[in-house]
Design a protein around this ligand. Structure first.
Ligand SMILES: NC(=O)c1ccc[n+]([C@@H]2O[C@H](COP(=O)([O-])OP(=O)(O)OC[C@H]3O[C@@H](n4cnc5c(N)ncnc54)[C@H](OP(=O)(O)O)[C@@H]3O)[C@@H](O)[C@H]2O)c1
Length: 279
């Protein structure tokens, strides 16, 4: 199977590069908002599977740029779906826990839960999912959450810096989810591609925490013990975005279907912090 990975310079794209020898493209080599360019690439390279890691992922900025978020998270995804459908290929697309949030939930969310996003990012990602389903392309949609890695900007890297620099810090404790190491998600994608079975699946690391717990764990693993981290509520941080209070995903289906063993979030965080401290 000839696999093309889009968004190759992003967190997940870079994590896949580390473990797989697929064809990798970023926006310079393939702008996925350009259907003709996607079709050309698919034909020229005889691609029969696209793993789409490209997205508009800045949740705050999406509120001010809804058209751009929709272009990348929905219309470009439709381009990939159309191009793969034309060659009877497989589209593996990454989506998000932020397709949920408007309904207040308190148990892990199964794939059967109807999406109800709170903000532009989640809404446009859901539109992308809908475009895939409408197209009739063979597909695997993987919803993940709270992604971090050694690459790009993410919460772990920000907290490593802030807890080293600042004497104190407030972090929200009323948003609960599961941090997910992009290296684990990349390994799961390789496993899924060995025997792909179509559908929508939820994949995060195991376990549950708040952003406050996540920050405490990062500081502790890094030895940044001098920083006093205190819990606070979301309304204490002025923001134009509402985020889900509880977006823990139920991973039973992905584990049963692909025989995956998913690492506990703290174990993966330990590995990633160690890698980042070595750099
Ligand atoms: N990050 C999270 O916390 C999180 C949580 C849940 C789900 N997800 C989903 O997981 C997936 C991977 O996320 P990530 O954190 O790895 O994303 P990321 O680091 O933001 O990477 C996205 C990549 O897409 C590229 N891109 C932008 N416009 C493009 C275009 N027109 N054509 C081709 N590529 C383009 C970006 O390139 P430039 O950098 O050059 O713009 C960037 O390299 C996304 O689908 C995201 O929605 C992420």
């Amino acid at each position: 199977m000839k696999v093309l990975v889009t968004g190759a310079n992003g967190q997940l794209g870079m994590s896949l590069r580390r473990i797989a020898s697929f064809l990798f493209t970023d926006v310079e080599e393939l702008d996925i908002t350009d259907l003709a360019a996607v079709r050309n690439m698919v034909a020229r390279e005889q691609v029969d599977c696209i793993v789409n890691c490209a997205a508009y992922t800045n949740v705050d900025a999406a509120e001010d740029n809804p058209a751009l978020a929709e272009l990348l998270n929905a219309r470009a995804v439709e381009n990939l779906a159309v191009a793969m459908k034309e060659v009877d290929g497989l589209l593996v697309h990454i989506s998000t826990d932020y397709v949920f949030g408007a309904e207040v939930l308190n148990t892990p969310i199964p794939e059967t839960q109807h999406p109800a996003p709170l903000a532009v990012y989640g809404r446009t990602k859901w539109q992308g999912e809908e475009a895939i389903l409408r197209s009739g392309v063979r597909h695997i949609i993987l919803r993940t959450a709270w992604l971090y890695s050694e690459y790009g900007k993410n919460f772990v890297k920000t907290m490593l810096r802030l807890t080293a620099e600042k004497p104190s810090l407030k972090v929200v404790c009323d948003q609960v989810g599961t941090p997910t190491y992009a290296g684990d998600l990349a390994a799961a994608i390789l496993r899924i591609l060995e025997n792909p079975r179509e559908g929508i699946y939820h994949y995060t690391n195991e376990g549950v925490c708040s952003w406050f717990d996540f920050a405490k764990a990062i500081a502790s693993l890094a030895g940044n013990d001098a920083c006093d981290i205190q819990p606070c509520r979301s309304h204490e941080f002025p923001s134009n975005v509402h985020r889900p209070a509880y977006s823990v995903l139920d991973k039973s289906l992905v584990k049963a279907t692909f025989g995956l063993q998913i690492p506990y979030w703290l174990d993966s965080l330990r590995l990633c912090v160690a890698q980042l401290k070595d750099q």
